[in-house]
Design a protein around this ligand. Structure first.
Ligand SMILES: *Cc1c(COP(=O)(O)O)cnc(C)c1O
Length: 485
């Protein structure tokens, strides 16, 4: 089994190599054809989460040894339970809670595993130190720092948009412990940070990096994507076990989307056999994907909005490229064409075949700030259930979908962060006035709602700041070079 670039099928890499490199040398993303994998999905549904994860990762990344041991060691003691991602009935809805890991964001699911994959791949490939460079809109950075800190043979540097993440998220990152970590704010938005990281990768190609290999913890890395496929199977198995569906019945998922990684993992699950119906792509005011799914035109030339769901403040969704590759019938030249036009003009339009496939399998919707707050208030008042701003976007778009289509299929909406990461907005949404603007709001949200503060977030209070670095967009190269020394 071999991976290759979305832009050139001749640029191939074994799975371990693809994990190590993060991105293909031509700027494309490594893909395989998940529809061609031999996978006993019905068998996987019978298993506990750890065995299910080992099966799925074993099929997607077959050249790693002892995937079973790797998966178990990765998650040991990190999540609230060995099930990792509970499916919770709320009223007549189902919520897939993905945020019970060490940093209270769904990215922990993948970033608990990725460091061990990278470390194993480096050994297998005889590579030197692996340096992880990551751009974050808030959650990836902390989850990656937490995953990689003090993992031998690795170092990690995280860039985040200054002022573009929540106070809790910033506190989480700048207090990160570990001897192999560095954190830097950049003056720009998330797209700037992501583009900057891509440029550093390109600039470092072929240069002497003191023996180190650069890699990425963003969801462009296939090692990030693979562990996320698991929770779609877990949720489906839980619905079967609860007697809500029979095996074979379709289930829809509503996914709050930014870089298109989470929802693409759902698409991979579907291609591996799981009976997924529609994948509903929920966006905030940055509605580039909503427009794309309904018109086939991707147009990034639009205002960029800073919203209360910052992990979804994205105009260029990298992983969409992998979907395009699959929907084009694996046409690398076609995908390269779209990406070239996007880079040149900021816009592309897909073929009629892709438009038809999008309409058949996806549905896109977006919601603004008022809709986000209203969804938080509604779930809290009607069900006593607290959701964060990103999850609220999904909840809102799910209702839009039901209204627009009348579709009564069992639908799960995905919850991607603890409400405690976004205390300020959540408090306002439920009618409270935040008394402060930092981590002290954790207590206020706790006292107001009687819900529990995640243990590690509570521990942020009084923790010393370790990083105070800010750079301009063009200055990212030199910050990285300094870190490499
Ligand atoms: C990263 C993130 C998202 C978006 O996920 P993508 O894989 O980038 O689409 C949504 N919600 C939260 C809380 C996140 O951290």
């Amino acid at each position: 089994m071999i991976y290759h670039s979305t832009r050139d099928e001749k640029l191939t890499a074994a799975p371990a190599r693809a994990v190590l490199e993060g991105i293909a040398p031509d700027g494309g993303l490594y893909v395989c054809d998940p529809g061609k994998l031999e996978f006993d999905w019905q068998g996987a549904l019978q298993k506990d989460t750890m065995s299910m994860a080992a099966d799925i990762l074993g099929v997607l990344l077959p050249d790693f040894q002892d995937m079973n041991g790797l998966v178990r060691a990765s998650y040991a003691g990190k999540f609230a339970s060995d099930d990792l991602t509970p499916l919770v009935p709320v009223g007549e809805r189902y919520v897939l809670e993905l945020y019970h890991g060490p940093t209270s964001a769904f990215k922990d699911v993948a970033l608990s595993v990725l460091p061990r994959l990278v470390s194993a791949a480096a050994k297998q490939e005889g590579a030197g130190d692996v340096v992880i460079l990551t751009a974050t809109s808030g959650d990836t950075g902390k989850a990656a720092l937490e995953g990689f800190h003090d993992v031998s043979g690795t170092r990690i540097m995280v860039f985040y948009p200054a002022g573009g993440v929540s106070p809790v998220q910033e506190a989480q990152m700048v207090t990160q412990e570990g001897g192999n970590v560095r954190v830097c704010a950049i003056r720009g938005n998330f797209d700037d940070a992501q583009t900057g990281v891509k440029n550093v990768f390109a600039a470092c190609k072929g240069k002497d990096l003191h023996g180190a290999v650069l890699s990425s913890a963003n969801s462009i890395n296939i090692g990030r994507l693979a562990p996320q496929v698991v929770y779609y199977f877990r949720a489906y198995a839980d619905l079967v076990q609860a007697g809500r569906i029979r095996v074979g019945e379709k289930v829809h998922f509503v996914v709050p989307t930014g870089n298109f990684g989470d929802i693409l993992a759902g698409y991979f699950a579907k291609r591996m056999g799981l009976p997924v119906g529609r994948l509903v792509c929920a966006s905030n005011a940055n509605d580039v994907l909503t427009e794309f799914i309904s018109t086939g035109v991707y147009d990034r030339r639009r205002p960029f909005y800073k919203t209360t769901s910052p992990s979804m403040d994205i105009l260029v969704s990298s992983n969409l490229e992998r979907l395009l590759f699959d929907l084009s019938g694996e046409n690398d030249a076609e995908v390269k064409g779209y990406m070239d036009v996007l880079a040149k003009t900021g816009k592309y339009e897909v073929s009629d075949a892709i438009k038809a496939a999008l309409a058949d399998q996806f549905w896109g919707g977006f919601c603004g700030e008022a809709g986000t707050s209203a969804a938080i208030a509604k779930y809290y008042k009607e069900n006593g259930y607290l959701i964060d701003t990103h999850t609220a976007v999904a909840a809102n778009v799910m209702e839009q979908y039901r209204k627009a289509t009348g579709d009564k299929t069992v639908t799960v909406f995905v919850s991607t962060a603890s409400p405690y990461k976004f205390c300020d907005h959540v408090l306002r949404a439920i009618g409270e006035t935040p008394a402060g603007d930092g981590v002290e709001l954790l207590d206020q949200l706790h006292e107001t709602t009687g819900t529990a503060i995640p243990r590690r977030l509570a521990a942020l209070k009084g923790k010393a700041r370790r990083f105070d670095l800010t750079c301009e967009k063009p200055g990212m190269d030199s910050v990285v070079l300094d870190f490499l020394k």
